[in-house]
Design a protein. Structure first.
Length: 213
C-alpha cells in the first residue's frame, strides 16, 4: 500500500513540476536565475515533505476526494490562465498545489526516508529545468504557447481525475496477487509516452528552426 502511495506521489510531483517549469517559460529568466529558482523550490519541497511526516494524517480512505480536489484546482488554474490571462496568479496557485498535494500524499508515508526525499527533490528539479528549457523551443510552435500549456494541463487534470475514479478499486485489490508497481504500470507508461512526445516535438521544432536559418 505504501508503495502505491509513493507511486502516486512520484507521478503528481512529475506532473506539477513540469507545469511549474512550463509556466516559468513565460518569463524572461536566464539559465542561472531559473536554475536558482528551481533549486529554491526544491529546497522548500524537501522541507515540505519532511514536515508532513510530523503529522499523523490518515487520508487513505479519502484519497478519492483528495484527487478530486486536485483535479478541480487544476482546471480552475487552467481557466484563470487561459480565460483571465492571469499568469502570476496561475503560477502561484500551481506552486501552492505542488506543495499541498505533495504534503498530503507524503503524510501517508510514515517510512519515507531521507533518500526518498532527496530522490523526489532531484527528480522535481530536473523536470522543472527540462520543462523550462523546452519552453524556449515550444514558443516557436504554430499553436500559441499558452494553448500548449492549456493542453498539457487538460491532460494532467484528466489523469488525476482517473486516479480519483480508480482509487477505491485499486485500494481493494489483493496486494499478494498484484504489486502496486504493476497496478500503476499503465500510468507510468502513459507518462513515458507523454515525455517521448515532448522530446520528439522539441527535436522537430529545433530542426525546423535550424532549417529556417
Amino acid at each position: 500500500m505504501l508503495d502505491l502511495i509513493f507511486g502516486y506521489l512520484i507521478i503528481i510531483v512529475i506532473l506539477l513540476s513540469a507545469n511549474v517549469g512550463l509556466f516559468l517559460g513565460n518569463y524572461n529568466f536566464n539559465n542561472i536565475k531559473s536554475t536558482l529558482i528551481f533549486v529554491v523550490l526544491g529546497i522548500l519541497f524537501i522541507i515540505d515533505i519532511n514536515i508532513s511526516r510530523l503529522f499523523s494524517l490518515n487520508l487513505l480512505d479519502y484519497l478519492t476526494h483528495v484527487f478530486l480536489i486536485i483535479f478541480v484546482i487544476v482546471f480552475i488554474i487552467l481557466l484563470t490562465y487561459l480565460k483571465l490571462n492571469k499568469l502570476n496568479v496561475s503560477l502561484y496557485c500551481t506552486v501552492f498545489l505542488y506543495y499541498m498535494s505533495s504534503f498530503l500524499l507524503a503524510s501517508q508515508l510514515t517510512e519515507l526516508s531521507i533518500y526518498d526525499s532527496l530522490l523526489l527533490t532531484f527528480i522535481s528539479i530536473i523536470i522543472m529545468i527540462v520543462a523550462f528549457q523546452s519552453s524556449k523551443l515550444l514558443i516557436y510552435a504554430k499553436r500559441p504557447y499558452n494553448v500548449i500549456i492549456g493542453e498539457y494541463m487538460s491532460l494532467m487534470g484528466i489523469l488525476i481525475f482517473l486516479f480519483a475514479l480508480t482509487n477505491v478499486s485499486i485500494m481493494k485489490l489483493d496486494y499478494e496477487m498484484f504489486s502496486p508497481f504493476l497496478i500503476l504500470t499503465p500510468t507510468y507508461q502513459l507518462v513515458y509516452v507523454v515525455i517521448a512526445i515532448i522530446v520528439v516535438l522539441i527535436i522537430g521544432l529545433y530542426w525546423n528552426d535550424k532549417k529556417s536559418r
